[in-house]
Design a protein around this ligand. Structure first.
Ligand SMILES: [Zn+2]
Length: 295
């Protein structure tokens, strides 16, 4: 004999019985909808759980990462004091750039690099010799990484955890080495915004500034919205040895003033870990090496 819940309600007025029947029917309809859309619900929950895992918190609009390559002397004399004035953070990807200049006068020495670290700026790895890492053997590349790590260690500088590809040269093997060596983010070029739900943390795109591309950079800054992060690559301010990546100090000041006036959040690569779970991103995102990574 099946149990009929309505049989116990004989003395209940008809109107309440009708309401109860309607409620039971409502639940049945709801269950039928659930059954028919179970797969869709499953996909939706999968989508939100995956995205939720990569992002530790929402990427705010107007977030910009500033990065400076090659350890030029002007980064110590011009860039750092200006950044401090504006309260902006930045990553300095350092190397021992081969130079024809006497006394390495166009480049920072390790004492100056240590001072940047003491000021709170991030010191990160750009290899020892600035040669293309995709042309090196695995052990050569590892040696180059370890040299910068050892220099930092001997100077009391925090251990570098992020990397920038010299000349934006990279391949699948270089990504593997960086991962094995415990690097979190690796910056490339490509002149497009970083999308943490699509781009591998070892293939972070950036725009590079020079003396003539102000329009391009201003347009780039406007793309820092809807979960996209704008990463800028700068070299010397000014750059005496490499005029094609020279950013005149006046133009640099204009950028900083614009970022300040428009309330941008200016961070370094280490700060990205507050927003992005690198381990989850690596497990979820397959690095897309078919995209453009040069500037
Ligand atoms: Zn470089």
């Amino acid at each position: 004999m099946s149990y009929n819940p309505l049989s116990t309600l004989k003395k209940v007025p008809k109107i309440y019985k009708r309401i109860l029947i309607l409620k039971i029917q409502g639940v049945k309809i709801y269950l039928r909808i659930m059954k028919n859309h179970l797969f869709l619900l499953f996909l939706l929950s999968l989508y939100f759980s995956v995205n939720g895992q990569i992002l530790k918190k929402k990427i705010p609009n107007k977030m910009v990462v500033l990065s400076f390559d090659d350890a030029t002397a002007s980064q110590y004399t011009v860039v750092a004091p200006l950044l401090q004035q504006y309260g902006f953070r930045a990553t300095f990807f350092v190397c021992e750039y081969p130079t024809k200049m006497p006394n390495r006068s166009a480049y920072m020495n390790w004492q100056q690099i240590r001072e940047l670290d003491k000021m709170g700026f991030e010191i990160a790895n750009h290899t020892r010799t600035h040669r293309p890492v995709n042309k090196m053997t695995k052990s050569q590349f590892v040696d180059e990484l370890h040299y910068i790590e050892a220099q930092c260690d001997s100077m009391g500088i925090r251990k570098p955890s992020n990397f920038a590809y010299p000349g934006y040269n990279l391949n699948a093997e270089t990504l593997e080495v960086l991962q094995q060596q415990g690097y979190q983010f690796a910056r490339a070029g490509g002149s497009r915004a970083y999308e943490p739900l699509q781009d591998s943390p070892l293939l972070v795109p950036s725009w590079a500034t020079n003396a003539t591309n102000k329009e391009q950079i201003m347009a780039a800054l406007k793309q820092a919205k809807k979960g996209r992060i704008v990463v800028l690559t700068l070299h010397g301010v000014p750059d005496v040895e490499h005029p094609w990546v020279n950013t005149p100090p006046e133009l640099f000041k204009e950028y900083l003033q614009y970022l300040s006036d428009h309330h941008y959040k200016v961070i370094d690569f280490r700060d990205l870990e507050k927003y992005i779970d690198v381990k989850q991103a690596r497990q979820t995102i397959t690095p897309d090496l078919n995209k453009e990574y040069k500037n």
